[in-house]
Design a protein around this ligand. Sequence first.
Ligand SMILES: O=C(O)[C@H]1O[C@H](OP(=O)(O)OP(=O)(O)OC[C@H]2O[C@@H](n3ccc(=O)[nH]c3=O)[C@H](O)[C@@H]2O)[C@H](O)[C@@H](O)[C@@H]1O
Length: 412
Amino acid sequence: MCKISLSRRNKEILIAVCSFTILIILYKLSGKSRSVSNAKEFSQTDSIHTKEETLTKTAYRIQELEEKISILEKQIPKTYPDVRYLNYLARKRILVTGGAGFVGSHLVDKLMKEGHEVIVADNFFTGRKLNVEHWIGHENFEMIHHDIVNPLYIEVDEIYHLASPASPPHYMENPVKTIKTNTIGTINILGLARRVNAKVLIASTSEVYGDPDIHPQPETYWGHVNPIGPRACYDEGKRISETLTYAYAKQEKMQVRVARIFNTYGPRMHMNDGRVVSNFILQALKGEIITIYGSGGQTRSFQYVTDLVEGLVSLMNSNYTLPVNLGNPVEHTINEFAAIIKELVGGNSKIVHSSEVEDDPQRRKPDITRAKKYLNWEPKVNLNVGLQKTVSYFREELRKFSHSQRNKFVPV
Ligand SMILES: O=C(O)[C@H]1O[C@H](OP(=O)(O)OP(=O)(O)OC[C@H]2O[C@@H](n3ccc(=O)[nH]c3=O)[C@H](O)[C@@H]2O)[C@H](O)[C@@H](O)[C@@H]1O
């Protein structure tokens, strides 16, 4: 009984077995009462009442079992991924805002494994506790439920400021909040960095280039952004975030780093992320229509998340203060990308074109000369390899999702 609670998988199996057994009992009971009723002793109403009673009791029993499992699970000593030992001189206290998000959680993994103390601040708007669950309880790890639109008072040596929704449907859902996060939120983080004399890295984006008229985009390009368009909350939010960073650096003599992050994909992307990688993979896995917005002639260059994390840490540890593009320069049209996903996943999904997105950048490809020169960094993970890992991740997410739907108790 105790062994059954050792893992999430076993917990799921236990619940499934319990539910199945109970269903069989129920089925038999209902069969019995039906036959008895037919044999004239029970009225139909009595039978319905008995069934309802049994179902309620069963639901209660399942709940009791789940509670017992969770109590037993807490008694099992947790094991963590291996962490390097650093002495107190080398060990840093590092804050990662948005550390429970897709990119943030991969960065947290790297910093934890290197032996640093990591504090995650996240409001869980797009981040998930599940992404950092494997560190909860570790002596070097701390998680704060905090929205950076409010000031934060802690002592740290370094800050990676990643907090902000990044997927277009998410950042457009509440544009004012997106602007507040990237303005007031960034001011709060820069203020914190100044107070405690911490080095701070700001996560900016390729979106600061807007719909570019220079290709590929070097950091010296000032961009082509519609200041009142639907993407402006994010594009302009990130542009002012950069402006604030360099204003603080100049005025307060702070150490700042700015990473302009290009399209990134990998495990831990949210199922509802809404960006092209997750949409296409999920559509292909479910055998649904793959939806290309517009002609599909627009281009993107996709980098795998671990490459980005290497770049972020190299940038933080470098002496380079100007913005640096972090992205994979291998460029594809969205039409090509849909075909790549279809080929990789298999299945019979049709590719269909729908109306184009307003202000959708038509070309995007990073010029990474700066990153190569000053950080000695360039992406290593080939698109096919990265996509295979991402497809496996989404396949597993879908499996867990359909399992959780099957086990949902719907009271009669
Ligand atoms: O992935 C990222 O890192 C970037 O994603 C977004 O930028 P965007 O390039 O517009 O991302 P997607 O929503 O993934 O769109 C890429 C292209 O695919 C198209 N698309 C998207 C989704 C879909 O289902 N079908 C489809 O054709 C879009 O219209 C767009 O042309 C964010 O705005 C950036 O901040 C972020 O850096």
